[in-house]
Structure formats: structure tokens, C-alpha cells
Design a protein around this ligand. Structure first.
Ligand code: ADP
Ligand code: MG
Length: 258
């Protein structure tokens, strides 16, 4: 297991407009860290910097003390599974094929998958609860099934860090809760650290044990959910009035609707 350290990271797609400005925080190994913030606040860019997919203009991200941009690509792929927001549609593949591609960073050069790779992929399908979809074409999946397949692939990758960009956006509430609780359970069972971009503040409050709140490319706050997700701070960052409600021992954050 490895700690993630984001150190004074700045990045601009279109200089001088910064997408990330001097962002620093640490994620201890084994945490479930949620990245939240308004649209365009730099969440996806931050996740891409952590994954080594883009190199910061200044500052660095280390995993287990090593700069991700100087680690060999295959090693990064073995240690981190990045689940992107708009995963490319891989037509004419079965769910089993896609989950098996999670083994790619582990394959020996010029060799195909071994029996063990198939077993690991099959186990990942079972753990994600979608073994029955193994031979289904990916074009024939619901949004929730698709997302579980992508999670199973990340699991087959056996990375110790999972980076998820809005894994439940667009899904119905039952599937949102199912996917979040499955990720949480599997991460705990396998000792995987999770960094997850979320829009839903209530999911963040419930499932995360650390919150990174972004605002306009800067870090607005980092810490425990109950410390970061205060009404005053969220109203200021999101620019909208909020209700904080209690029910069944849980706290809920809702926008004031007019
Ligand atoms: P979020 O995920 O929080 O919605 P992003 O990290 O995607 O935010 O974007 C942060 C900022 O960078 C936004 O102002 C966005 O318009 C800009 N941006 C994102 N991707 C690109 C890109 N490929 N080219 C230029 N600007 C981009
Ligand atoms: Mg985004």
C-alpha cells in the first residue's frame, strides 16, 4: 500500500489560465478519498495528475514517495487503476474480454494471458457481482452494468490505488448506492486506496473518510467529511443556499429549491 502526496501542483491547459493552482494534500494508504467541487473546479485534472496521465507544470505527485511522472508506465498501470468519466466504447467485445484487459499491465512481453490471468479476471467478475454477464456484449449493458464491468476490470488489474471519475453520475439512486457500497467493501477487503470524484455531497458524506474540496483550481479544504462539508463553506464554494438535515442518524445536504 502506498501513500499519495500531491505537492504544490499547478497545471494549465491554456496558459495563463490555470486549471490547478498550487494544490497540496496527502492521502494516506487505505483511505477512501472523495474529490468534490463545482463543475470546472479542476477535479478531473487533479485525478489525471495523480494518475501520471498529465504532468504538472510545477509541483509533483508522489506515490509511495516516488514521482508518478518518472515511474515506468507499466508500473504506474500495475499500481493505479484509472476509471475515466467518459470511458471509450469498446464495441464487439464481451464483458469478459474487457475485464481481462485489466491484466494487460501484468502480461509478460510477447505472451498472452495465462490461466492465472483468466482466473483473476473471473474472480473480479464474481466479486463485482456480474459473473452472469461474462459473455454479454458491452453494447448490451445498462449504465449500472457498464460501470460494474469497469470496476471489475480495475479489480482484475490488482492495483493498490483506484482512481474513479464520477463513477455513479447518471445512474439511478439504487445503482449509485450499490456501486459506492461495492467499491467501499472491495477496497476495504483488498486494502485498496480509492480517490473518487463525486458530485453528490451526500454520497461523499456517507462513503468517504477524507474529502478534498476544490474551487476554481485551488484547494478550498481537505479533511474529514464532517469538518470539510460545513454549510457555510459549501454555500460559499457552490454559491447556493443549502439545508443540512438529520434523519435516521445520518446527515443530508440539500439545496434550497425555489
Ligand atoms: P472538473 O472535473 O472539476 O469539472 P476539469 O478538471 O475537467 O474540471 O477542468 C478544469 C478547468 O480546465 C476547466 O476550466 C476546464 O474548462 C479546463 N479544461 C479541462 N480540460 C481541458 C482541455 N482538454 N483543454 C482545455 N481546457 C480544459
Ligand atoms: Mg470532471
Amino acid at each position: 500500500m502506498s501513500d499519495i502526496s500531491v505537492q504544490q501542483v499547478s497545471y494549465a491547459y491554456e496558459p495563463p489560465q490555470l486549471a490547478l493552482c498550487n494544490v497540496s494534500f496527502d492521502i494516506p494508504a487505505g483511505r477512501f478519498c472523495g474529490i468534490i467541487g463545482p463543475n470546472g473546479s479542476g477535479k478531473t485534472t487533479l485525478l489525471k495528475c495523480i494518475s501520471g496521465y498529465i504532468k504538472p507544470d510545477s509541483g509533483k505527485v508522489t506515490v509511495g514517495g516516488r514521482d508518478v511522472t518518472t515511474m515506468p508506465a507499466r508500473e504506474v498501470a500495475r499500481r493505479m487503476a484509472l476509471v475515466q468519466q467518459h470511458a471509450a466504447l469498446e464495441y464487439e467485445f464481451t464483458v469478459g474480454d474487457i475485464v481481462l484487459t485489466g491484466r494487460n499491465p501484468h502480461l509478460k512481453r510477447w505472451r498472452g494471458e495465462t490461466k492465472e490471468d483468466y482466473e483473476i479476471a473471473m474472480n473480479a467478475l464474481k466479486e463485482a457481482g456480474i459473473a452472469h454477464l461474462k459473455d454479454r456484449l458491452v453494447t448490451e449493458l445498462s449504465g449500472g452494468e457498464w460501470q460494474m464491468m469497469i470496476l471489475a476490470r480495475a479489480l482484475a488489474q490488482q492495483a493498490d490505488i483506484m482512481l474513479l471519475d464520477e463513477p455513479v453520475t447518471g445512474l439511478d439512486i439504487k445503482h449509485q448506492v450499490h456501486i459506492m457500497s461495492t467499491v467501499k467493501r472491495l477496497a476495504a477487503e483488498h486494502g485498496i486506496s480509492v480517490v473518487c470524484v463525486l458530485h453528490d455531497l451526500n454520497l461523499a458524506l456517507t462513503y468517504c473518510d477524507q474529502i478534498v474540496l476544490m474551487q476554481g483550481g485551488t484547494l478550498a479544504a481537505v479533511g474529514l467529511p464532517e469538518d470539510v462539508l460545513t454549510r457555510e463553506r459549501l454555500e460559499s464554494v457552490y454559491g447556493t443556499k443549502l439545508h443540512i438535515l438529520e434523519a435516521d442518524g445520518q446527515t443530508f445536504i440539500l439545496p434550497v429549491m425555489k
